[in-house]
Design a protein around this ligand. Structure first.
Ligand code: MN
Length: 513
């Protein structure tokens, strides 16, 4: 039987060594352990093994202490019957709101790939409200995916695996969290597509030793070349392509292995950008690069913020190898993506400027940006505030006047939060509506009969007027009465053409009778 990860390992992984932060995480740990003490996982292990691991993953990703505490507590409301009030008293409002956010996400239903997975991804992001909720949920899923083998029923295992591939891994990717993305995919792949997994694994194993030898030899030669040129301050690591990502690539390339050069890649990490370019010069001076395979993501970062130089070289043994060059800061961001920014306490904004710049929408998702902490904790990996990517700074120090948001924010905004609201039916189904849509639009989006017989609406359990603008994550319930009918006013209130059309038709029919 597994033992829960000890508290001291979680504290050891935290980037903050502040006494108050450690106290917060310790309290959450002790409380969650007691709350789950009679519960077991499918594996027979204590339930707390799961929540302790989620807390540990969050601390490792450099998340703030509130997120780590919320990770430890994330199942206490749903599975241990703990009241929100108890959590608030124990760890404060912020931790409670994170736990509640995660609990709410847990209620979402995934109905398989025939549904609109892109909408679901957006919904997840939008429902999370606070981007930290999304990251906690990703880590929750990561641990559940790692332990999929214990889930007793085949159909359930497959559903969780597909959901992980279709929803969670793409979100991790969008947030630039490549470690989480790869692990989610590789944990889910064998259960989502067992046959394809077997085939890929066999192909991978066949070429494994050849690949390993090539990498070792190139690494050795590369170190010598760098040293001769006076480049000494760097470290290397082997990057092994995830098996699911290899499978996807093989599918695209019709299983022709001769065009796949990145089953293994060699990563070289330097202190400065200048050294990365120097290294590229040395590499291309010594080996012949594969044409069309040179990618400068330092000068042109990927939309999710990823930065590195990639090049593929012929290694002289009939094969080729991909080499990735990057700085420590880029490395950390490549691993943890957006989570790596949320750890920076030195990214602060002047509260007086918070309402400016037309960037209010994103502040909602990055509450930490607006919060001043007095002593900046030393950032992990030796990053200083000058390493904070410019888009984060732009956000945090938005001056008056609409600053042009950069590409990354644009992508985040248009992909995730694009002019739609996502609301729930009482059964947890998702309805996708335009911004400022009302309960009237909601009712007609479900069925015209529901709209035509509507007498009132509850939003999150509270009675509201019919012109209330719905917000992301609202749970909407329509009250009907047999005698109810649409009124002329509804036509002005409704935002969707569908609702307007049905109201017009109903009004016309009423006139006739
Ligand atoms: Mn969980």
């Amino acid at each position: 039987m597994l033992k829960p990860r000890p508290l001291k390992e979680i504290i050891g992984a935290m980037s903050s060594k502040d006494a108050a932060d450690i106290a917060l995480v310790s309290k959450a740990y002790e409380f969650a352990q007691t709350a789950h003490k009679d519960q077991k996982r499918y594996s027979g292990d204590p339930y707390f093994v799961h929540t302790a691991e989620v807390g540990y993953l969050l601390a490792t990703a450099g998340m703030c202490p509130e997120s780590t505490a919320a990770g430890l507590l994330h199942d206490t409301i749903e599975d241990a019957g703990v009241t929100p009030k108890t959590i608030e008293e124990l760890c404060g409002k912020e931790v409670l709101s994170l736990v509640q956010g995660v609990t709410k996400l847990g209620a979402l239903r995934y109905r398989g790939m025939e549904r609109h997975t892109e909408s679901l991804r957006k919904l997840f992001a939008a429902t999370a409200q606070d981007i930290r909720v999304l990251i906690i949920k990703l880590m929750d899923r990561l641990h559940n995916a790692r332990t999929l083998e214990h889930v007793p029923r085949d159909d359930k295992r497959k559903r969780i695996a597909l959901e992980t591939l279709e929803i969670y891994a793409p979100i991790a990717d969008r947030l630039g969290m490549s470690v989480a993305k790869q692990e989610l995919e590789d944990a889910a792949f064998p259960y989502a597509y067992p046959h394809e997994y077997e085939k890929t694994r066999e192909a991978f194993t066949e070429r494994k030793s050849e690949n390993e030898k090539r990498l070792e030899k190139t690494e050795h030669d590369l170190k010598r070349e760098f040293a001769e040129a006076g480049l000494r301050n760097f470290r290397t690591e082997a990057r092994i392509k995830g098996i699911y990502s290899l499978f996807r690539k093989l599918e695209r390339k019709k299983w022709d292995f001769s065009t796949i050069y990145d089953m293994r890649a060699l990563r070289v990490i330097f202190p400065t950008v200048a050294e990365c370019y120097t290294a590229l010069g040395i590499i291309h001076g010594h080996w012949r690069p594969v044409p069309g395979k040179i990618k400068d993501y330092i000068a042109f970062p990927k939309p999710n913020g990823y930065q590195s130089i990639h090049t593929t070289i012929y290694t002289g043994d009939g094969g080729a190898l991909e080499i990735q060059l990057r700085t420590e800061a880029m490395h950390r961001e490549a691993l943890y993506g957006i989570a790596s920014h949320l750890a920076y306490k030195e990214v602060q904004s002047n509260p007086a400027q918070q309402k400016s710049g037309g960037l209010e929408w994103i502040r909602q998702f990055f509450p930490r940006l607006g919060k001043a902490k007095e002593s900046p904790a030393p950032a992990q990996g030796g990053r200083t505030s000058t390493d904070v990517p410019s888009w984060v700074k732009e956000l945090a120090h938005a001056q008056s006047g609409p600053e042009k948001p950069n590409e990354y924010m644009d992508t985040l905004k248009s992909d995730f939060f694009s002019h739609r609201v996502f609301v729930f039916t009482p059964r947890g189904d998702v309805i996708d509506l335009p911004l400022a849509a009302t309960p009237i639009d909601f009712a007609y989006a479900i069925h015209s009969d529901l709209g035509n017989k509507m007498s009132g609406a509850l939003v999150n359990g509270k009675l509201v007027s019919l012109d209330t603008a719905l917000r992301n994550g609202d749970m909407v319930e329509i009250i009907t009465k047999p005698s109810a009918h649409p009124s002329r006013k509804w036509q002005d209130i409704a935002k969707t053409n569908m609702a307007k059309k049905h109201i017009r038709a109903a009004l016309a029919a009423m006139k006739k009778t």
